[in-house]
Design a protein around this ligand. Structure first.
Ligand code: COA
Length: 316
């Protein structure tokens, strides 16, 4: 078990427009029934003109700082986990530094581990906080995506699944809350990739069945790893928070492990798959719902493009 970190504030930001399955079905050859039964998704949010991935990132970060009661000048590092940055350069994190008035003597950078980005960021935050190299005591870790810009309305098997959004966590060293994290990757540019200008393919491509298999294997092996290394059985943690890609993926794992449905937090019904924003969005909604009381124990499981994977144990 690593030395501890704790999340002292959470915040989210969504685009103004909530898009229903019915609205999607008016543009694409699909139906509300197909989307609900194959994914569990009912609505998602899409940015409109004038809304950017950077706006979402900065808004979520400001809300997380307010929730934590932490001032901008107390932030020692800013990481934005994203696969859909507004610019190649500057990094979204650099623009957030300016907009929020974060100090200049801090590292601020983007991290692309696709849907596993938030868990990669947690591990980096823990390492940097415990290395003692940061000038200020808090890490601002943001997951922010504008996936609506990279999904093809004509490609119905991807278009219906994704959404835009951002959520952020304010993190500090903890003397009591334990933390364990394991990361990995199975390099693959065929199962889930894009967009790529090289191939003149501006959209995301996915082999749904192969990703489904990778996701269920990754969550199950991640839980087994966390159980072995933390000494805590999955049945004894308060919640298991998986990347919110698809209700069927999560239910497959739940049934396999014979655990109660309620142990797996889910909010993908509202947001669809928001990639790096999905786990912090789940945490932000759990906090709003009063589920993250002091002492709550969580398993976090991520998987996604890369193909990346990550598993973390956290205590609140
Ligand atoms: N609406 C209606 N029909 C659709 C559709 C849509 N949006 N998308 C695909 N279909 C059709 C297919 O064309 C196919 O038709 P056919 O049988 O006539 O060829 C049929 O539905 C079944 O397609 P299939 O791909 O086998 O469906 P599935 O049961 O595997 O479900 C996914 C597709 C994408 C929902 C599922 O594979 C999945 O959830 N994969 C994981 C995706 C994921 O989580 N990605 C992100 C990871 S970070």
């Amino acid at each position: 078990m690593n030395r501890g970190i704790e999340i002292v504030g959470l915040g989210k930001m969504l685009p103004a427009a909530c898009v229903t399955n019915q609205q999607i079905a008016e543009q694409t050859d699909t139906s509300d029934e197909w989307i609900r039964s194959r994914s569990g998704i009912c609505t998602r949010y899409f940015c409109k003109e004038g809304e950017s991935q950077t706006d979402l990132a900065a808004g979520a970060a400001a809300n997380a700082l307010a929730d934590a009661g932490v001032r901008a000048e107390e932030v020692g590092m800013c990481i934005v986990a994203t696969a859909t940055p507004e610019y190649v350069t500057p990094a979204t994190a650099a623009v957030v530094q300016k907009r929020l008035g974060l100090p200049e003597d801090i590292p601020a950078f983007d991290l692309n581990a696709a849907c596993t980005g938030f868990i990669y960021g947690l591990q980096l935050a823990a390492a940097m906080l415990h290395a003692g190299t940061l000038q200020h005591p808090y890490v601002l870790l943001i997951g922010a995506e504008r996936l609506s810009g990279v999904i093809d309305p004509v490609e119905r098997s991807t278009y219906v699944l994704f959404g835009d959004g951002a959520a952020a966590a304010v993190i500090r060293v903890s003397d009591t809350g334990r933390f364990l994290c394991r990361l990995g990757v199975r390099g693959d540019a065929e199962v889930l990739y894009g967009p790529t200008k090289e191939k003149a393919e501006p959209y995301l491509h996915m082999n749904g069945r192969a990703v489904f298999r990778f996701a269920t294997e990754t969550i199950l092996s991640g839980i087994a790893l966390l159980e072995a290394e933390s000494g805590i059985a999955a049945g004894d943690v308060d919640y298991i928070v998986c990347h919110q890609a698809n209700q069927r993926i999560i239910e497959h794992v739940q049934k396999k492990l014979k655990l109660p449905h309620e142990k797996f937090f889910m909010n993908l019904q509202k947001y669809g798959n928001t990639s790096a924003a999905s786990i912090p969005l789940a945490l932000a909604d759990m906090k709003e719902a009063g589920l993250l009381k002091k002492g709550v124990r969580l398993f976090l499981l991520g998987f996604g493009g890369g193909l990346t994977k990550g598993a973390a144990y956290m205590e609140f």
